[in-house]
Design a protein around this ligand. Sequence first.
Ligand code: PNS
Length: 163
Amino acid sequence: MLTAIYPGSFDPITNGHLDVIGRASRLADRLVVGVLSNSNKNAMYEIEERVEMTREAVRGYSNIEVTHFDGLLVEFAEREGARIIVRGIRAISDYEFELQMALMNRRLRPELETVFLMAAEQYSFVSSRIIKEVARLGGNIGGMVPPHVEARLRARFSKEPTP
Ligand code: PNS
């Protein structure tokens, strides 16, 4: 049985992430989506909310689990019995950092393989950071995040006082 890990901050999950998840779920027998809880990026959503939104987004898949992790990714992968780390690549600009992480993870655990998957081109410009910015400024984020995430973002930003 091949277990793969798809790690990330998922702050929040986007349709680009979901596209990669769909592809990875067809490659692995079991896919564990790992939501990083101790990110040094300042997450907008608490870990519980990020896990909940991600779980809701993958409800239709029978071979996907969503859980949170902190500490080293390679140790999390080992605990889950994974042999593969999946990461999505959008543009060449993602490659440099992804290569650095993949090589460091290989140095730490040579038996773990990182596999890069290309998200569908319609999501090549979608990132959690840009989604939050557009949502905060009242722009339309429909079709770029799952409906329940869109609703949460709207609710979050409509509560904020307008400057
Ligand atoms: O969605 P992101 O923020 O691009 O995901 C980054 C993530 C979670 C994959 C990365 O920060 C990570 O693996 N963090 C865990 C700590 C770790 O193992 N660091 C060394 C990897 S080089």
